[in-house]
Design a protein around this ligand. Structure first.
Ligand code: 6PG
Length: 251
């Protein structure tokens, strides 16, 4: 199934339009199944989308206490650290809407029950995913309705970086990642098998620095070289871009 590409005039329009799209997707999932499941991403674009959701007049069309929140990756830092994706997501949206705390599933912090054992933190998240899994997928993760991802300038997505063992992982659903080129260096990430269990994968990125990895991923690059190329949804894969990030795509 080929990916869909949508190009917006600017990073600002991209974030606002993706927020509107996300609200609609969550409302539709809840209409169909009573609940919705979303995987959040870190990074500037991912957080800006959540801020636009918070500001949207349509925001509360979503029954926020019937949304399951997961993360695609997390920086392995103490709870509440401003660099944690969870901290930024809570400040951008989660603390402003009526989420059900039992349905918010952050990845462990480095001062939590696993201490500084990032392998144990990754294994625990795999157990969290398995506990909420549905038989519909051939990996032990929930059927995520929408899985949001950013893209790095060298093609990383979540915390899967080019040429690493984690991007080649084809069984486990999570990975502990060390010495990441993008600081902070230690992270927990979903793997491609977990990402591919999502109904829809939305890769959202902006800026001229992403034009090369976007063109490479959509041009058939191998996931080992451009991890974002391996992020495909079961039913749909969307690349949501601004003009600068789309600049090297064949018109
Ligand atoms: C992280 C993100 C990471 C991010 C990309 C894009 O924890 O850093 O998960 O994958 O989404 O690096 O980040 P920008 O949107 O800021 O370019």
């Amino acid at each position: 199934m080929s990916a869909e590409v949508v190009v917006h005039d600017s990073a600002e329009v991209l974030a606002a339009a993706t927020a509107a799209r996300l609200i609609t997707a969550l409302v539709d999932a809840q209409s169909a199944r009573g609940t919705a499941s979303v995987v959040l991403t870190g990074g500037g674009t991912g957080i800006r989308i959540l801020e636009e959701v918070r500001r949207s007049p349509a925001r509360d069309a979503v029954r926020w206490d019937h949304v399951e929140f997961f993360w695609g990756d997390e920086r392995f830092l103490p709870a509440g650290d401003p660099e944690r994706n969870e901290t930024q997501a809570r400040q951008a949206l989660l603390d402003h809407v009526g989420v059900d705390p039992e349905r918010v599933h952050p990845m462990a912090a480095s001062d939590g029950k696993f201490g500084d054992d990032v392998d144990a933190a990754a294994l625990h998240y795999a157990e969290v995913l398995a506990a909420t899994a549905r038989p519909a997928t051939d990996v032990e993760v929930p059927v995520f309705d929408v899985l949001l991802l950013g893209v790095g300038e060298e093609g990383h997505t979540a915390s899967l970086f080019p040429g690493t063992p984690e991007v080649r992982e084809d069984v486990r659903t999570t990975a502990a990642v060390r010495d990441c080129p993008k600081p902070p260096p230690t992270r927990v990430s979903l793997t491609l098998p977990a990402i591919r269990a999502a109904r829809e994968v939305w890769l959202v990125t902006a800026g001229a620095g992403k034009a090369d990895p976007v063109a490479a991923a959509l041009g058939g690059a191998e996931p080992a070289e451009i991890p974002a190329a391996g992020a495909v949804g079961r039913d749909r894969t969307r690349w949501l871009l601004d003009r600068d990030a789309a600049a090297h795509l064949a018109s």
